[in-house]
Structure formats: structure tokens, C-alpha cells
Design a protein around this ligand. Structure first.
Ligand code: DGL
Length: 280
């Protein structure tokens, strides 16, 4: 043990800047209800997608340390922006220093892995936050696996704020959703597959479907991340043994718990009682 983290097995941690990671949690819990989960949303500081590399890295590291302190041996960054901007540094520089036995995984790689079997035209679009698009992580990960696939990205800076402010079903959301889907398809009219490369976007799915031509396949990440996590746990018995299995789920937020409870209950269609935590 190092850094004084609890040695006993603990829940699987999931982290997002806000509510978006709940779309991943949902699918992961559906596939693997036996595990305990600890969800942390940094709602007080969302969105991350328009922040600098340094700030996203700093905030994400704080969240990972908090989840380690609370007993997690495995943490999933259920946020593309954090996966794009902080994962590699945390894996390479911080884990060895904090506790080399713990693991942090992202969600871009598992999404990239599924794409080769979905696209026929080999032209893929990515809708994501400005931070994820600017990082170039999606084209880089997809090209490592499928060098023949053309990847076009479109940054959607207002989509996360629309979700975080419960405007995902409002008429005002239509303008921004239509605009960015239109921009993406103008960049490459041969796109037949669009990755929803932000965990908040499934919460805008009704609007996204409204403005996406039917022949295009939309790829939300939840299922792919869930199956990939299950395969990871099957391959890594030591880590799997450190994940407790009582089927529970706890929620932490950096914002007022009442606000989180109401919104999370709406997204998950279940009662949620969150606890407030401070990250620093
Ligand atoms: N859910 C995060 C993602 O997948 C949103 C980031 C943000 O806070 O802008 O990128």
C-alpha cells in the first residue's frame, strides 16, 4: 500500500464532470449488477469540455484521488474530455506515485474498438466537446486500429450546458443540435456512422435522432464501455478480486446534493440520494 488508501476491496469508481457519466453507469450496472459502484460528478465545476488541458487534468486527478481514498481500486473516467486530456498522464505519471496497484481506465479506446464493425462507407463522424475534438484522441485511437477509416469531428460547445441545465428537451435545444449535425455532415457527406463522443449526449438523443438522416447509425458509448469493462475484469483477476459485490451504488457530487438527486433521478428514473464531497 502507498498514499494511505484503504487496502480492503471497494466499489468500482466512475467519474464524470457532471451527469453524463450516468449514461455509462446505467449500462455498466445493467450488464454487471453484482458489483458495487461509486459515482462522482463534479457538477460544481462542469463543463470540462471548454477548459484547458491543465485544468481538466488537475480536476480529474483530484477526482481519482478522492475515489481511491473512498476505497476504489478501479476507476473509470466516464467522461471523454477527461479520458482525452487526463488519462494518459494519470496512468503514466500519477498511478505509479499514488498506488501502482490501482487502475484508471478511459472510454475512448473501447468506443474506437467497436467502430470497424459498424461503418460500411469507412467514413465516421464524431460529435464531442471542444476539448475532446481538439485533443485528436478519436482519430488517433481509430487510426491505430483501422487506418482506412476517415474520421471527421465536430465540437458542440453548448450541448453539455443544455443537459446540465435540463434544456435537453426544450425547443431551444433544437437549434444547436441541428446546427452541429448539419456542420458535421457538410464536412463529410459519406459519413454513415456518428459516435456520440460525450457521455452527456445520450441525454439529448431525441433531438439528435430528429436531425440525423435515418441511414446514419448513431453510436452511444454505454454498451461498448460496459462490455469492454466486463472483458477487462475477466482478464484482470487481481483487480476483479478488489471489487466488492453487494450490488450497491453510491453517488457523490461536488454540488448541492438536492440538485444532483433531482436531476440524477430524472436521468436514471430511480430515486438517488447523493452525498456532497469537496475536491482539492
Ligand atoms: N461527459 C463529458 C464528456 O464525455 C462532458 C464533458 C464536459 O463537462 O464538458 O466529455
Amino acid at each position: 500500500m502507498s498514499a494511505g488508501y484503504p487496502c480492503a476491496p471497494g466499489p468500482i469508481g466512475l467519474f464524470d464532470s457532471g451527469y453524463g457519466g450516468l449514461t455509462i453507469l446505467n449500462q455498466v450496472r445493467q450488464l454487471m449488477p453484482q458489483y458495487d459502484y461509486l459515482y462522482l460528478g463534479d457538477n460544481a465545476r462542469t463543463p470540462y469540455g471548454t477548459r484547458s488541458f491543465e485544468v481538466v487534468y488537475e480536476f480529474t486527478l483530484q477526482a481519482v484521488e478522492k475515489l481511491f481514498e473512498m476505497g476504489c481500486h478501479l476507476v473509470i473516467l466516464a467522461c471523454n474530455t477527461a479520458s482525452a486530456k487526463a488519462l494518459r498522464s494519470i496512468q503514466q505519471n500519477d498511478i505509479p506515485r499514488l498506488d501502482a496497484t490501482r487502475r484508471v481506465l478511459g472510454i475512448i479506446r473501447p468506443t474506437a474498438e467497436c467502430i470497424g464493425a459498424i461503418t460500411h462507407t469507412r467514413h465516421v463522424g464524431v460529435l464531442a466537446t471542444p476539448g475532446t475534438i481538439r485533443s485528436g484522441s478519436y482519430p488517433a485511437e481509430i487510426h491505430k486500429l483501422f487506418p482506412d477509416i476517415m474520421v471527421q469531428g465536430e465540437a458542440c460547445p453548448l450541448w453539455v450546458p443544455l443537459v446540465e441545465n435540463y434544456e435537453f428537451d426544450s425547443p431551444g435545444a433544437d437549434y444547436f443540435v441541428q446546427k452541429h449535425i448539419g456542420n458535421l455532415l457538410r464536412k463529410d457527406p459519406d459519413i454513415d456512422t456518428i459516435i456520440l463522443g460525450c457521455t452527456h449526449y445520450p441525454l439529448l438523443l431525441n433531438k439528435i435522432l430528429k436531425y440525423t438522416p435515418r441511414k446514419i447509425k448513431l453510436v452511444p458509448q454505454g454498451d461498448y464501455v460496459a462490455y469492454s469493462l466486463r472483458a477487462y475484469l475477466e482478464r484482470h483477476e487481481r483487480i476483479e478480486a478488489m471489487c466488492t459485490k453487494q450490488g450497491t451504488c453510491r453517488f457523490l457530487t461536488t454540488e448541492a446534493p438536492d440538485k444532483f438527486n433531482d436531476s440524477a433521478a430524472m436521468f436514471l428514473r430511480k430515486k438517488v440520494i447523493a452525498e456532497r464531497v469537496a475536491l482539492d
